[in-house]
Design a protein. Structure first.
Length: 240
């Protein structure tokens, strides 16, 4: 298959974590991680663009010795070693309060998922909560502006301006990079905004239907198994 358009290769690669580098059980694909390290070894920065929290994302960034910035909590928290401090694009207090209120009008666990203890810009409910009912109640609440977005691993309650696409746009301006030079890989609806910004987008096998429809290429390989052949194609195009 053709992974890339003719006469083009990315200068930067942005990668989702959950459902992309991991499988449905949240287990990391170690071959995918080795492939990402190959990109860095050949001078192609890797960006982790995720709905996950900064603590988890930074740990993966550090252990892989990546050089690209990190885009966490769907663009809510942005960081790179060159920054004086993390850039916080929203505060998650309103989303947390909305979750607590929702639990008074419907059956719902306001504590949500475990990683909420580290969340800074949003709040995440358990993925099996009733999304349609949550959206219905939010529209009639003190927080009608909040978005409720299901990603497969959580339902994210967040400010409407937050997205991976917007977060990456801010990061690229700070880094002096062009979004047209970016290839991105993802699997869930919160990846669609970065697909719109990127020069090229790839959906892993097992992705949401909406994501596969939006991607430039759909991988024939499940989740992290995408990365070995993709990285090989990128390096061949770069050197060819």
């Amino acid at each position: 298959m053709e992974w890339l358009p003719a006469n083009w290769s990315p200068k930067i690669v942005a990668v989702d974590i959950d459902g992309t580098l991991t499988d449905t059980k949240k287990q990391l694909n170690t071959r995918a991680l080795d492939a990402l390290k190959r990109l860095e070894e050949h001078g192609i920065p890797v960006i982790l663009a995720t709905g996950n929290v900064r603590a988890i994302t930074y740990g993966l960034w550090r252990f892989l010795k990546l050089t690209g910035p990190i885009c966490c909590e769907n663009g809510g928290v942005l960081w790179h070693p060159s920054f004086d401090k993390p850039m916080l694009q929203a505060k998650g207090e309103e989303a947390r309060q909305a979750a607590e209120w929702l639990s008074t009008v419907m059956e719902l666990d306001p504590k949500g998922i475990e990683s909420n203890q580290w969340r800074e810009s949003e709040w995440c409910l358990n993925p099996d909560e009733n999304l349609e009912l949550i959206q219905h109640h939010l529209a009639q609440s003190d927080w009608p502006h909040l978005i409720a977005l299901r990603t497969g691993f959580a339902i994210h309650l967040m400010e409407p301006h937050l997205s991976k696409g917007n977060g990456l746009e801010i990061l690229f301006k700070h880094m002096g990079w062009s979004l047209e030079d970016m290839l991105c890989v993802g699997d869930a609806p919160n990846d669609l905004s970065m697909f719109e910004k990127a020069g090229w987008s790839i959906a892993v096998k097992g992705a949401f239907d909406s994501v596969m429809q939006a991607a430039d290429v759909c991988s024939p390989h499940l989740h992290g198994d995408t990365f070995e052949p993709l990285v090989e194609a990128i390096l061949q195009a770069r050197n060819g």
